[in-house]
Design a protein around this ligand. Structure first.
Ligand code: HEC
Length: 161
């Protein structure tokens, strides 16, 4: 938004200058084009940064229907995305440990999004069955995107997933 406004201001400024002299206009046009290219590049850069890699809507379905279902059964209740800040979630997935730390190493955070795990529960879990074909790393990004989207310090912290 701010960048768009800046662009418009630049345009207005350039138009007034253009009326004063043709030479200046030509110089300005070159300058103008460079600036626009730069601003467009910046805009694209910002929007891809702002958007997490994964699809948070898919991540939400998986989190609700797979992660939460087991937390209700085995962890004594829902583990809400708003229990952690964005940075704490990043840290959680970087450490890649899940649940009781004396469990076998395969119970890493990433294990519960893996195809191996989805395969093992597909007969009793509709979401796991439906999302069976999604590659592990892609689904992990989707879940991460959802947790980032609803973390404690996000715009819409979620307490009931
Ligand atoms: C098979 C059951 C099961 C599944 C599936 C499962 N969890 Fe858990 N999770 C648990 C249990 C049990 C605990 C509690 C462990 C403890 O307190 O020691 C737990 C705890 C947690 C915690 C809190 C512990 C911490 O380190 O902050 C987080 C976060 C978590 N799970 C994330 C996830 C995510 C994300 C998924 C899905 C991708 C998931 N879990 C899937 C069983 C499960």
């Amino acid at each position: 938004m701010i960048l768009t406004l800046t662009l418009m201001n630049l345009d207005a400024g350039l138009i007034t200058e253009q009326t004063t002299s043709n030479t200046i206009m030509k110089l300005n046009m070159i300058h103008h084009k460079k600036l626009i290219t730069l601003l467009v590049a910046l805009l694209l850069g910002f929007s891809s940064l702002a958007e997490a890699k994964g699809n948070w809507k898919k991540g939400r379905i998986y989190y609700k229907m797979v992660c939460t279902e087991c937390h209700i059964e085995q962890a004594g209740g829902v583990i809400s995305p708003a229990e952690k800040t964005k940075a704490e979630w990043v840290d959680y997935f970087e450490k890649n440990l899940h649940g009781p730390q004396d469990e076998p190493a395969k119970y890493a955070a990433s294990y519960f999004v893996s195809r191996e795990y989805r395969e093992s529960i597909k007969d009793t879990n509709r979401a796991a069955k439906k999302m069976l074909k999604i590659p592990d790393d892609k689904l992990l990004e989707d879940v991460k995107a959802f947790l980032n989207h609803t973390a404690k310090d996000s715009d819409q912290p979620s307490r009931c997933e």
